[in-house]
Design a protein around this ligand. Structure first.
Ligand code: SF4
Ligand code: SF4
Ligand code: SF4
Length: 316
């Protein structure tokens, strides 16, 4: 067991024993290989369930809003950014939250591995390598080659807020071109982009796993489930899928923390990130705002000023 895991467990044990929190939200080993699962530890004896490794992919902030009482939460950089946004939106109260910050080396893109090995039957992670036994073949991977796309360009691997920090920090990788992926998409012709997104929307089965994994999708009634007005039927077709994704991404403008949880949750491999990232780039350019990087900076779309790029917002 590495020292990060033992320190997380000891911190959780102590917080629960001292009655400082009612629950510690962290990760435990999942029932499938290379899959950790969120866990809710409520007694000091259960703290030994907690783990920490490259399979801890969920954004745990999504569970903080749904868990009553005082809670401690194990937070990577992106989880901590989501916690900041949720506090700014009055969905979480700082006094009820204890952030166990852990710097993050990135998480595994399981779909990339399964594309080569077929369904994963067994896997061992050790010293930057993964040995995978799959249904189609066995293969060894370097972690860097199967790191999630989001983590390849992550600029906030270290928690932006925390009450305690476990382990060391991670050096922030230098980006050669910011939003290179979005620029590549912007440089395509209209018809190329249309064809790309039509292809993506064809794959969607509207299971809403992307929405459910997202810490920012906390509405008690999502617009897709609304009966009056009824935006979408229960059926799945490309136009309605696009309406869902367009609505979702607009609701996330200036709020998405680029954690990739939605893309990883998608069973169909839909490139949801392409839409999220375009909106993130636009908000960054128009409002000079990045979601959740500071508790002090107000969310981009909650601030009004006379030089707002949308002239209709300003009454002369
Ligand atoms: S985006 Fe990836 S590397 Fe960055 S904090 Fe989140 S999981 Fe870690
Ligand atoms: S994009 Fe993926 S996760 Fe989201 S509703 Fe469609 S199939 Fe489900
Ligand atoms: S839209 Fe996706 S990437 Fe953005 S915060 Fe939600 S889960 Fe994370």
């Amino acid at each position: 067991m590495n020292s990060i895991i033992s320190d997380i467990r000891e911190t959780a044990r102590q917080l629960l024993a001292d009655g400082k929190v009612d629950v510690v939200i962290g990760y435990e080993k999942g029932s499938l290989p290379l899959k950790a699962t969120p866990c809710f530890v409520r007694s000091p004896q259960d703290a030994d369930k907690l783990i920490w490794d490259e399979t801890c992919e969920n954004n745990l902030a999504a569970f903080a809003t749904k868990t009553a009482g005082k809670k401690a939460i194990v937070a990577k950089g992106c989880d901590s950014r989501a916690l900041v946004v949720l506090m700014q939106e009055n969905q979480l109260v700082k006094d009820d939250l204890y952030v166990i910050g852990v710097s993050c080396q990135g998480v595994i893109d399981k779909k990339k591995i399964e594309a080569e090995t077929g369904e994963i039957l067994e896997a061992i992670i050790a010293e930057g390598k993964l040995s995978v036994k799959g249904i189609a073949c066995d293969k060894e991977f370097n972690f860097i080659d199967v790191k999630d796309a989001t983590c390849q360009t992550c600029r906030y691997p270290n928690p932006v807020i925390e009450d305690i920090h476990i382990g060391g920090s991670v050096e922030v990788p230098q980006q050669t071109v910011a939003f290179a992926d979005v620029i590549e998409m912007e440089n395509r012709t209209d018809s190329e982009r249309q064809a790309y997104f039509q292809e993506q929307m064809k794959k969607c089965i509207r299971c809403y796993a992307c929405r459910n994994a997202c810490p920012m999708c906390y509405c008690s009634e999502c617009f897709v489930d609304c009966n009056s007005p009824k935006w979408l039927t229960g059926g799945v077709d490309r136009a309605e899928n696009l309406l869902f994704q367009a609505g979702r991404v607009l609701h996330l403008a200036g709020r998405c923390v680029d954690c990739g949880a939605c893309s990883r949750a998608c069973p169909q491999g839909v490139d949801i990130r392409a839409l999220n990232r375009k909106l993130t780039k636009d908000v960054s350019e128009m409002y000079h705002h990045e979601a959740g990087i500071s508790e002090e900076v107000k969310p981009a779309l909650n601030v009004y000023s006379a030089d707002d790029p949308e002239a209709f917002l300003v009454k002369e």
